[in-house]
Design a protein around this ligand. Structure first.
Ligand code: CA
Length: 228
């Protein structure tokens, strides 16, 4: 699974520098030049991490960071603040607003990429590409292979992403709308009952090894994946 990074930076040269280096490092990049553009990009599809310039025209990066932290859909999004400010108190303000890390301009693109990887490893270990295992159910995001008790499980691409999300977020209840956001990435054009269709297919694929019992329907709420 390739992580998507949203780069919010109004200076075209810096936006380009950051975007190119992230692409070379294997990330998908979405760009925004203002807080407003960033908000509309986030509404369209949740990124996996935001690189956020502090000084933006209109809404400041700091204010956007606070909004992201307060939003139910976005509160867990990792944020790296990018800024020309060097004062210690600014750094503290940025971290208090919910930034996970802080990079001062001028910065080395290599260092920025290293910080992105470090934040993702800490905040979203499932994006690191390692195989996930629960019981004898194993999913490898790099090879796109799923096995149960050593036998291959054949899944469609959506069921694969759904299972990957469940296995990396066990024991928590997710609404259909949250699942659409997390698994489909864009909740605007898909009906919630689509989730039920794919849950049914995923359960059917896991039934032979009884792992379908891990997918619990939580009445009136959504679904939970049992990790134990
Ligand atoms: Ca700026």
């Amino acid at each position: 699974m390739t992580p998507t990074i949203l780069v919010v930076e109004d200076e075209p040269a810096i936006q380009e520098l950051v975007a190119i280096n992230l692409k070379h490092a294997g990330f998908l990049v979405v760009r925004a030049s203002s807080g407003e553009e960033a908000e509309s990009a986030i509404r369209a599809a949740l990124p996996d991490l935001i690189i956020l310039d502090w000084m933006l025209p209109g809404q400041s990066g700091l204010s956007l960071a606070k909004k992201v932290r307060m939003g139910e859909r976005t509160r867990e999004l990792p944020i790296i603040m990018l800024t020309a400010r060097v004062h210690e108190e600014d750094k503290i303000l940025g971290l208090e607003a919910g930034a996970d890390d802080y990079v001062s301009k001028p910065f080395s693109p290599k260092e920025l990429v290293a910080r992105v990887r470090a934040v993702l490893r800490r905040r979203a270990p499932h994006l690191a590409g390692d195989a996930v295992e629960i019981g004898n159910l194993s999913l490898n995001p790099s090879t796109h292979r799923v096995t149960a008790a050593g036998q291959p499980v054949d899944l469609g691409p959506t069921e694969f992403r759904l299972l990957f999300f469940f296995m990396t977020h066990p024991e928590r209840v997710y609404t259909r709308s949250q699942l659409l956001d997390e698994v489909w990435g864009d909740h605007v054009f898909i009906e919630e009952r689509t989730v039920d269709v794919h849950i049914r297919r995923l359960r059917a694929a896991l039934e032979a090894t009884n792992h379908h019992e891990r997918i619990e329907t939580v009445r009136g709420t959504g679904y939970r994946f049992r990790g134990a």
